[in-house]
Ligand binder design. Structure first.
Ligand SMILES: O=C1CCN([C@@H]2O[C@H](COP(=O)(O)O)[C@@H](O)[C@H]2O)C(=O)N1
Length: 357
């Protein structure tokens, strides 16, 4: 790793047009701060009181089917609903508001509450990917943005241990995708090729930040990563939206997601918390436009810093100045992730091991 990375320096994030402060040796500082409580030890395969489980009753009184694969339902406590009044013109430029409309879906990955994506069979993960693609197509016909996101682990505010994600469609382009759209378009207009397609090519050649790779996909700790173990999952082909993925690309994606998430779980030998989400070309009215500047990609933002119980806080300096990280992405790769799957002590495996080996 080049010498410049031994000292603090700034790195540019081209997807957000922002800078990150990298201070390579702050991990040594003593930590007397918050220590998270260990994740709930054992999640039962079925909990008669869990409204996400097959056959159970949800908050709105609806009874879930005895689903055996993915299951999608309207969020009973939606942040966005299809009809909402338009607030009308603003009286003053500093007090602007707009109508917000949309749909919030919850998507269960599997009928069992004690599995997570890396522990599901590959063909079961393919079904999750197919359902993601289906929802983007269905909701994307009407809405300009369909946000697939998964909050995994109580540390990430996940309110339910059952494996699931959420899909929120909105009648507006949210801040992060709008910023990413501007940045990708500016790069494309200047360089004539999609930013993230060139980035993947560069990273595949440099091999300094690669976590896992396959014929169709590449997962790296991005050069500009903020969260210690943040990763960016990229197709190697130019793909605008998840619904454009071929059958082979979806199979390969299921495989690389399992490999990436298994590495995460092995890092601190805990079911690794994270928030993740997909960004692809906008939909709705944007379907008619030229979105060649876009490249589909997934962000994984895990909170953990030094152990299963010590997380990175994006507070103080990060909120008021800029994002700062303690160890460099290259250190993350060289110190931990080159370990392949550690043969876990199968006796304490609470999961069905069939999908591991
Ligand atoms: O009966 C229920 C329970 C939970 N939910 C919804 O499930 C979602 C769980 O997702 P999170 O754990 O990511 O919060 C949450 O948004 C919550 O509103 C229902 O819609 N109905």
């Amino acid at each position: 790793v080049s010498r410049t990375f031994q000292h603090q320096h700034l790195r540019y994030n081209p997807l957000r047009d922002s800078w990150v402060l990298v201070s390579a040796h702050r991990m040594k500082r003593p930590w007397a701060g918050q220590v998270e409580k260990p994740a709930e030890e054992h999640v039962p395969r079925y909990d008669p009181c869990n409204p996400l489980c097959p056959g159970n009753t949800r908050a709105n009184g609806e009874v879930n089917p005895h689903y055996d694969s993915t299951f999608v339902f309207e969020n009973d406590f939606p942040a966005l609903q299809p009809d909402a009044p338009d607030p009308g013109p603003h009286q003053h430029p500093l007090f602007q508001s707009k109508a917000a409309r949309g749909v919030c879906k919850v998507m269960c990955f599997h009928p069992w509450s004690d599995v997570t994506l890396p522990l599901m069979k590959k063909e079961e993960v393919v079904k999750v990917i197919d359902k993601w693609a289906e929802l983007v197509e269905e909701l994307g016909a009407t809405y300009p943005w369909v946000q697939i996101f998964e909050n995994k682990g109580a540390m990430m505010g996940c309110s339910n241990p059952h494996p699931h994600c959420q899909v929120w469609a909105s009648n507006f382009l949210p801040n992060e995708p709008a910023l990413s759209d501007r940045c990708q378009r500016a790069y494309y207009q200047k360089h004539g090729e999609p930013l993230l397609l060139e980035y993947a090519k560069q990273e595949a050649e440099k091999k300094e930040r690669v976590v896992v790779e396959s014929s169709d996909w590449l997962a790296v700790v991005p050069y500009w990563a903020t969260w210690p173990y943040q990763t960016l999952l990229l197709p190697r082909r130019h793909v605008l939206r998840i619904s454009d993925l071929t059958k082979d690309e979806r199979e390969d994606l299921a495989d690389i997601m399992k490999r990436l998430l298994t590495k995460y779980d092995n890092l601190f030998e805990v079911s690794f918390p994270y928030s993740m989400g997909w960004h692809g070309a906008p939909t709705g009215p944007y379907l008619e436009g030229d979105n060649s500047h876009w490249q589909l990609h997934a962000h994984y933002y895990p909170p953990l810093l030094r152990s299963a119980l010590v997380k990175k806080f994006m507070v103080g300096y990060e909120m008021l100045a800029l994002e700062q990280r303690d160890l460099t992405p290259e250190q993350v790769i060289s110190t931990t992730w080159l370990c392949e799957i550690r043969l876990l002590d199968l006796s304490d495996m609470r999961f069905d091991v069939r999908s591991y080996f």
